[in-house]
Design a protein around this ligand. Structure first.
Ligand SMILES: N[C@@H](CCC(=O)N[C@@H](CS)C(=O)NCC(=O)O)C(=O)O
Length: 201
């Protein structure tokens, strides 16, 4: 199997964390790619062109982080992600959805600021900046919740990935006034799968 990602994609990083959590690192080759290239031959079999995308040995492509996570989870028992009891825990699912919403919004913001200055929308940037700040405030109150601690599951993985977007988007200054989130992020950053999943410099 081949897992394609860019060095900056937070979604691709999440799938690498899950890959390591499931102990599948020897079965999956990591391919570092670049998106937005209309001449990329992969578009013939992967028309959306988004990463992460997993290419199975028979050539089948699987895209979208939750799909890839569920696929990895299906390969090694016990299910930690797709089939776990948290799928019917609605409080858990809501926390996960909020962490994913944070990452989706931050991705829009990060994409906006790399556009040429005269194409950037201050309205979009402001909307995403405010959304991210509200969600960071929400998570500051939730750092001790069992849903975000213990063995890694999708909610803490999405939250970590969201906070980590600060590395490419310094304007996302979530640390000021949020000491609990700073401590939570520092702890999760040291987990082996999180450290090992970082893209090479
Ligand atoms: N919902 C998708 C989002 C993936 C996504 O937005 N990937 C971005 C990189 S962070 C991408 O491939 N962008 C290139 C493009 O849109 O052409 C997931 O969960 O995997």
């Amino acid at each position: 199997m081949k897992l394609l990602g860019t060095k900056t994609s937070p979604y691709a990083r999440l799938t690498r964390i899950v890959l390591l959590e499931k102990g599948l690192e020897n079965q999956v080759e990591l391919i570092w790619t670049k998106t937005r290239n209309p001449d990329d031959p992969i578009l013939a079999v992967h028309p959306s062109g988004r990463v992460p995308v997993l290419i199975l040995d028979d050539g089948t492509t699987l895209e979208d982080t939750p799909v890839i996570v569920d696929y990895f989870d299906s390969l090694v028992s016990p299910a930690r992600f797709a089939g776990s009891s948290d799928r019917v825990d609605w409080r858990y699912r809501d926390i996960e959805a909020k962490a994913r919403a944070m990452m989706d919004g931050l991705s829009v913001w990060a994409r906006e600021v790399i556009r040429p200055a005269d194409e950037q929308s201050p309205t979009i940037i402001d909307h995403e900046r405010l959304r991210a700040a509200r969600l960071a405030d929400y998570f500051e109150t939730l750092t001790d919740a069992q849903e975000l601690n213990g063995p890694l599951t999708m909610a803490p993985i999405y939250l970590f990935g969201s906070l980590d977007v600060e590395r490419r988007l310094p304007a996302f200054d979530w640390r000021a006034g949020r000491p609990k989130l700073v401590a939570w992020h520092a702890r999760v950053s040291e987990l082996p799968s999180v450290k090992e999943s970082a893209a090479p410099a």
